[in-house]
Every structure is written in structure tokens, then in C-alpha cells.
Write a protein that binds this ligand. Structure first.
Ligand code: ATP
Ligand code: PRP
Ligand code: NIO
Length: 465
């Protein structure tokens, strides 16, 4: 997508103009984190990073952006700055695809304060949305077990969000997408079946299937519920499948798109098997989500491929991930944001996050946040409860934030969506089952190093009246 630096909120620019006039060389550290896992999930899947980095590398205001801002009262010197604007900061981040948790930095931006501020909206817009959808996709992947998953959501997505939704769905575990542009740009497998309109355009359903099989015999899937699934669609599909066999071809599948999907899938499987068409797969669609798919599995529905649209790409029922971007350091000094709600008090300073590992390499269930300058991590303390701490001696731990951008340039070679999806899968395998269940998942622990907690509490006192 063609995104310019004007893809931001107006207040970022008004603040930047004031910084420009008063402290143009200020250095800031901002933390990106979210406060709650969506969908009552026990984890989230971090997605969108590679897109953000790609956009930041070439981000500019277009000349028409600058003309627009000129007409809206921004002063000449500042417009001159915007004309030459580039993001030249550093970014430290969790790996895209990693399993992440609330209230710990996922990503940190270290940059000139104007640059860090101007990119905030873009960064939140992409990371919040893709993390939401990748998390939803990962839950659907879990319920579908080894079934194939096809993203069909573009038509129901929130406008161009559908483009990023298809990418995030692939990271969360979808096998393919109907979205041609996303498939092309991100090298995601594309696939699809046919619409009711195709069959309706013929007087006869059989003729519709026959024409389709002649012109598009490869990976051909018939939609069989236009008139009557068991009395018309399926018998016609079987007739054409047999004709295809005589031409040395194989029908790939039939799609069910209404009615009781478990009942129809069982009947369909039996009729296909009785016709010696056991290779023909059953595709199901119609307002599927992780719960309907789980239920279909429990009912023993012999569905091979699940097509999922609306509930995936809109992140239903959660409208958004509540990711935020908070200033944690300015010109080397720690900064804090207080709140009536203690859970919302931000964490000061540049930080590192460590994941505790069990002896078998599985995640233990705790991430510790430390000051970047901490040299030793002996225990993590509960953020708010002074009676709770965890001794870390017995754990191996891995740092989670790595430098991904230096002076505005990407540090690592680009990772494909497939690589990110594979990485995500391998990380999710290390997360114990109790964090992955849908009902009341275990709560993953987030703790602070002693020094970080002291620094936070010192600042809380300083700013409390
Ligand atoms: N066996 C099943 N168990 C659980 N949920 C199911 C089962 N079969 C279908 N569903 C789900 O139930 C919902 C049924 O939707 P709806 O009431 O719109 O029926 P429909 O068959 O789609 O009707 P229409 O002919 O109008 O398309 C969908 O979300 C579908 O995925
Ligand atoms: O239910 P969702 O999870 O959102 O999946 C996508 C839906 O979109 C299509 O229907 P639509 O009525 O738009 O078109 P059609 O003519 O192809 O059936 C498809 O048949 C699915 O039912
Ligand atoms: O290929 C399909 O079957 C498809 C694609 C988009 C939406 N509904 C169905």
C-alpha cells in the first residue's frame, strides 16, 4: 500500500511543530505494548512488524501532503522540516510471530522525539490490527486441528484492512487466502471455489458444474447448496466427478455453505465414498469461527477444509487490540505516565524483556522486564504485590527484544510470511497447553526486575501530590 507520513493523527504534527520550535534535538524512547489479550485468549501472536519496518524505511511526506499542511496553518520552517522528513531512529522488537503477553514492551522506538511521535499512529494502526487478526487466526488454527484453513474474508473486512488481515491470518496459521492482492504481494498460497451466482447464471446446475470442470479442471471445487445440497448439488457433483475421472481428472472438492454442516458433511462423505470418490474433499463455510469449528470437530464432521471470512478478518467479537505507545525516556531521563488505575501506570526507561524457559525448553510461563542497563537478573517481582516474587536462578532465559532497525535502516534480511508463520508455530508449541485453552486460560506472569521496580516507584512518588 502506498502510505505517506501524513498517515498520522493531526496532534502528532502539532506536537512536532512545538518540539521543532523548542527542542528539536530531543531523544525519546517509546514503548509499544497492549493491556489485554483479545478474545479472552491466554496469549497473542505479534504481527505486522515487517510491514512497519518496510514502510518506515521509505516514509516521506508527499509534496501534496506538505501543501495541504501549509493551508492548515503549519509554519514555513516546520514545513521545510517535513519536506525532508525521514525516520532515522532505532527500533528494538520482539520477533514477528512470537507469542506475546499484555503489559510488557513488545517493541521500543528510540529516536528524535519528532520522528518517534510522527510514526506513532502508523505503527499502532498496523501492529494492533495485525496482532488482533493473527491471534484470532491462531485460535481458529487450534480448533481446526490438522484441517486446511482458507481465508475468505476480504469482502467483509473493514475496507483495505482486508489486505493486512490476509497477511496476519497466514502468520496465525491459515494455509491460503482468496485475496489475490495479498497473495501476490506476500507470496501466500491463493485458492478458491465458486459463488452461487455462477450456478444461478445457468438454467441447470449440472451444466454449470460441467462447464466449470471443463474450463478449470485443476483444483476444482463445486458449491453444492444453491438449490438442495443432498438432492441436487451433491448428485450433480458426483455425476461430473465421474465424467472428470473418464478424462483422467479428479474433482478436488465440494463446498457446503449453509444448513447443519455436521449432518451434511457426514451424509456428503458417505455419498462420495459410496460413489468411490473418497479423494474428493469436503469444504465448509458459513460464519465459522473457532467455537463453531471446535463444535463441528466434536460432532465428528468429516470436513477437510474450513473457509473462514467475517469472524476472522474483523476480529469478532473484539473490535481492536488495545495497544498503546508510551514515552519511557527523554534525553536519557526516565519518564512515567500515572493513572488512577494502578494497572495503567507505565514503566520508565529503556528496557529488555526476558522469557523464562523450563529445562525441557518449554516456556515456563513468565517474562521478566528489566532495565536495559541491568547486568544481572536474579529475581522478578510482582509489579504491584510486594509479597510476590520469583527466583530466576533455576531458569534459562532468552532476551526477547532485538535491534531490528538502526538509523532508519532494517538490520536483518526480510522474513517471508511463511518464515514468520513457521516461527510462530514453533513458538506456540513451546507454550504449555494451559495457556492455550479457550476457557479460563492460565494467566502468564509478567514481573519486573528489582531495579526497574525501584525506578518506577521513585517516579510515582516524585509525581504524586
Ligand atoms: N452442526 C453445526 N454445529 C454447530 N454450528 C453449526 C452447525 N452447522 C452450522 N453451524 C453454524 O450455525 C450458523 C447457522 O447460520 P444460519 O442460521 O444463518 O443458517 P444457514 O444454514 O446459513 O441459513 P441460510 O440458508 O440462510 O444461509 C452458522 O454460523 C454455521 O456455521
Ligand atoms: O461466512 P463467512 O465466514 O464470512 O465466509 C465468507 C462467505 O462469503 C461467501 O458468501 P457470499 O454470500 O458473500 O457469496 P456467495 O455468492 O459466494 O455465496 C461465502 O460463500 C461464505 O459464505
Ligand atoms: O473461494 C471461495 O469459495 C470464496 C471466496 C471468497 C468468499 N467466499 C467464498
Amino acid at each position: 500500500m502506498n502510505i505517506t507520513a501524513a498517515y498520522t493523527d493531526l496532534y502528532q504534527l502539532t506536537m512536532a511543530q512545538v518540539y521543532f520550535g523548542t527542542k528539536p534535538d530531543g531523544r525519546a524512547v517509546f514503548d509499544y505494548y497492549f493491556r489485554h489479550n483479545p478474545f479472552n485468549s491466554g496469549y497473542s501472536i505479534f504481527a505486522g512488524l515487517e510491514d512497519v519496518l518496510d514502510i518506515l524505511e521509505t516514509l516521506k511526506f508527499s509534496s501534496s501532503d506538505v501543501t495541504y499542511l501549509e493551508q492548515h496553518g503549519f509554519e514555513k520552517d516546520f514545513l521545510h522540516y517535513l519536506r525532508d522528513f525521514r525516520f532515522r531512529g532505532n527500533i528494538f522488537s520482539s520477533k514477528e510471530g512470537d507469542v506475546v503477553f499484555p503489559n510488557r514492551p513488545i517493541l521500543q522506538v528510540e529516536a528524535n522525539i519528532m520522528e518517534a511521535q510522527i510514526i506513532e499512529t502508523l505503527l499502532l494502526n498496523i501492529l494492533n490490527f495485525q496482532t488482533l487478526i493473527a491471534t484470532k487466526a491462531s485460535r481458529i488454527r487450534r480448533s481446526a486441528q490438522d484441517g486446511m484453513l482458507l481465508d475468505m474474508g476480504l469482502r467483509r473486512a473493514h475496507a483495505t484492512g482486508g489486505y493486512y488481515a490476509s497477511r496476519a491470518a497466514a502468520i496465525g496459521g491459515f494455509d491460503s487466502t482468496s485475496n489475490v492482492k495479498a497473495a501476490e504481494d506476500y507470496n501466500i498460497p491463493s485458492s478458491g471455489t465458486m459463488a452461487h451466482s455462477f450456478i444461478q447464471s445457468y438454467d441447470d446446475e449440472l451444466e454449470a458444474f460441467r462447464d466449470f470442470s471443463k474450463m478449470r479442471p485443476k483444483k476444482c471445487v463445486f458449491l453444492i447448496d444453491t438449490y438442495n445440497t443432498l438432492k441436487s448439488g451433491l448428485p450433480n457433483a458426483i455425476t461430473v466427478a465421474k465424467e472428470m475421472e473418464r478424462n483422467g481428472q479428479q474433482l478436488l472438492g465440494v463446498r457446503l455453505d449453509s444448513g447443519d454442516l455436521a449432518y451434511l458433511a457426514k451424509k456428503t462423505r458417505k455419498m462420495l465414498d459410496d460413489a468411490n470418490l473418497s479423494y474428493v474433499k469436503i469444504v465448509a463455510s458459513n460464519q465459522l469461527d473457532e467455537f463453531v469449528i471446535k463444535s463441528l470437530k466434536e460432532q465428528g464432521a468429516p470436513i477437510d477444509i474450513f473457509g473462514v471470512g467475517t469472524n476472522l478478518v474483523t476480529g469478532k467479537p473484539d473490535a481492536a487490540l488495545d495497544g498503546v505507545y508510551k514515552l519511557s525516556e527523554y534525553n536519557g531521563d526516565p519518564r512515567i505516565k500515572l493513572s488512577e488505575n494502578i494497572l495503567k501506570v507505565s514503566l520508565p526507561s529503556k528496557k529488555q524483556v526476558y522469557r523464562m524457559l523450563d529445562k525441557n525448553g518449554m516456556f515456563y510461563g513468565a517474562d521478566a522486564i528489566a532495565l536495559f542497563s541491568d547486568d544481572k537478573l536474579e529475581q522478578m517481582e510482582h509489579p504491584f504485590d510486594a509479597t510476590k516474587s520469583l527466583n530466576l536462578d533455576r531458569f534459562d532465559h532468552e532476551p526477547l527484544l532485538e535491534k531490528v532497525m538502526e538509523h532508519g535502516k532494517k538490520v536483518n534480511k526480510p522474513r517471508s510470511v511463511t518464515e514468520i508463520a513457521d516461527y510462530s508455530k514453533s513458538r506456540l508449541e513451546k507454550l504449555p497447553e494451559e495457556y492455550k485453552r479457550f476457557q479460563n486460560p492460565h494467566i502468564y506472569k509478567i514481573g519486573l526486575s528489582h531495579q526497574l521496580k525501584q525506578e518506577r516507584d521513585k517516579l510515582v512518588l516524585k509525581h504524586t501530590f
